[in-house]
Design a protein around this ligand. Structure first.
Ligand code: GAP
Length: 432
């Protein structure tokens, strides 16, 4: 399996405009990241492939988009006020702070000093709604998108006229005051989730759980992740979240080891039962065919968008040794690549011709990029780092033969293709 230094990827992300440290000019703020022009496109492509796969392709999953701040009682019902905590320890000597479950001994990994006893720290960000700053106005930024789906279960089910089994999907920002954000965007304090809650009859939990595990692994391969870098890991009883009767993580082999990418959880009837209890509202389901009334059980698929994006980048990243040279290349799938095709003029006299070709491709729906700043070799290298699958060069011969040189990112091979056939060529390559 490929090993590489995460810092090299972080610096590529900055250099090419994928990801910047948030508030960089003020020294940054730990656990927060900003997406640049290429990063935002990559993120949009991944989100949209998730939505297509989970909602648009299926007749039995519908979407929603909730507020980030919900009623504080919802977070009591969900168990987050009481249980969404991590153990926190401090070094008595150098004052470094750690998550208790991530240090192996009672001595500080940095200086060898003694650590304090672990204290439970709630990860939800607090804020105040309205002008009064007191406990009556306290609210939380959501730590997951899932709860608003449960809270809206009845609204969505009735208005969409869905019958069980069916799912509700949502993507959006979540916030966790992580004790120790780290590994770039892998664990941050503000991130985006892509979650789907699938409501089933209690007798059908196992069947649907297995179905969704399989579907989700397959999706990662559709966005270009190599199957051999993914594995499934079942949670031990002791590590199950407070709501879960069983969880399987899809893990990826990151530069810092095997780590969770997505969790698929059998949440039983925990969520709806708790919201029934705390709100006093009836969220049960009446099956018109069997005449049975029951509280639906839930199979959840919960993925992190930023973490998926990091996975896509890590999986595509390669430092390739060439005969007399080396290059860094992102072998992104054309399905997610922020730029699908770059267009260059070989000489500044050909600028207008190249610009015209780029505009024509852009208006036909391709994600394009025009560049003329630098020698052709440098332009190629820049696009290799951006993950652009194809580069087209307009040269003096193009004026005669109406053809351009098409350079393939992965093989670096070049071929002449007539401009009238370029769109067809690209569409075929992109599977459009
Ligand atoms: N609704 C269930 C839930 O939120 P989770 O395992 O806590 O489960 C689901 O989170 C996914 O969200 C994780 O697999 C990960 O991809 C992403 N995630 C969680 N915490 C994160 C963080 N601090 N930074 C980035 N992504 C995170």
């Amino acid at each position: 399996m490929k090993e590489f230094d995460l810092n090299q990827l972080i610096s590529l992300c900055k250099r090419r405009g994928f990801i910047f440290q948030d508030s960089e000019i003020y020294g940054g703020i730990n656990g927060f990241w900003d997406y640049g022009p290429l990063g935002v496109e990559l993120k949009r492509n991944i989100r949209s492939m998730w939505w297509k796969e989970m909602v648009e392709k299926r007749g039995n999953v519908v979407g929603m988009d909730s507020s980030i701040i919900n009623h504080p009682r919802a977070w009591e019902a969900s168990g987050h006020v009481e249980s969404f905590t991590d153990p926190m320890v401090d070094c008595k000597v150098c004052k470094k702070r750690y998550r208790g479950d991530e240090v192996e001994s009672d001595k500080c990994p940095a200086c060898g000093g003694e650590l304090t006893e672990a204290r439970q720290f709630n990860l939800m960000f607090r804020t105040f709604v309205g002008a009064n700053v007191d406990s009556s106005s306290e609210a939380f930024l959501r730590p997951e998108t899932a709860q608003a789906i449960f809270v809206n279960f009845k609204n969505v089910q009735e208005t969409s006229r869905q019958k069980i089994p069916f799912g509700i999907a949502q993507t959006g920002k979540s916030f966790r005051n992580e004790i120790n954000p780290r590994n770039f965007i892998f664990r941050s304090r503000e991130f985006e989730q892509m979650e789907m809650e699938f409501f089933v009859h209690p007798d059908e939990r196992k069947k649907w759980f297995e179905y969704w595990v399989e579907q989700r692994v397959e999706w990662y391969t559709k966005i270009g992740i190599k199957r051999e870098n993914l594995k499934l890991r079942e949670h031990e009883k002791e590590e199950l979240a407070h709501y879960s009767d069983g969880t399987v993580d899809i893990e990826y082999y990151f530069p810092f080891g095997w780590q969770e990418l997505e969790g698929i959880a059998d949440r039983g009837d925990f969520d709806l039962s708790r919201h029934i209890e705390f709100s006093g509202k009836d969220l049960s389901y009446f099956d018109p065919f069997t005449q049975e009334k029951f509280t639906p059980n839930v199979i959840e698929t919960s993925a992190g968008l930023d973490r998926t994006l990091l996975t896509v980048l890590a999986d595509a990243y390669e430092e390739e040794q060439l005969e007399n040279d080396s290059r860094t290349v992102l072998r992104l799938s054309p399905a997610v690549a922020p730029i699908q095709v770059a267009v260059f003029p070989l000489h500044k006299k050909l600028k207008e011709n190249a610009e015209k070709l780029e505009e024509d491709l852009r208006l036909s729906g391709f994600k394009t990029f025009y560049d003329d700043k630098g020698a052709i070799g440098r332009l190629y290298r820049r696009q290799d780092e951006a993950g652009t699958p194809y580069c087209l060069t307009f040269d003096f011969d193009s004026l005669e033969d109406n053809a351009v040189t098409v350079r393939d990112r992965d093989s670096m091979e070049q071929e002449r293709i007539n401009i009238s056939q370029i769109k067809e060529f690209l569409s075929k390559k992109f599977g459009a």
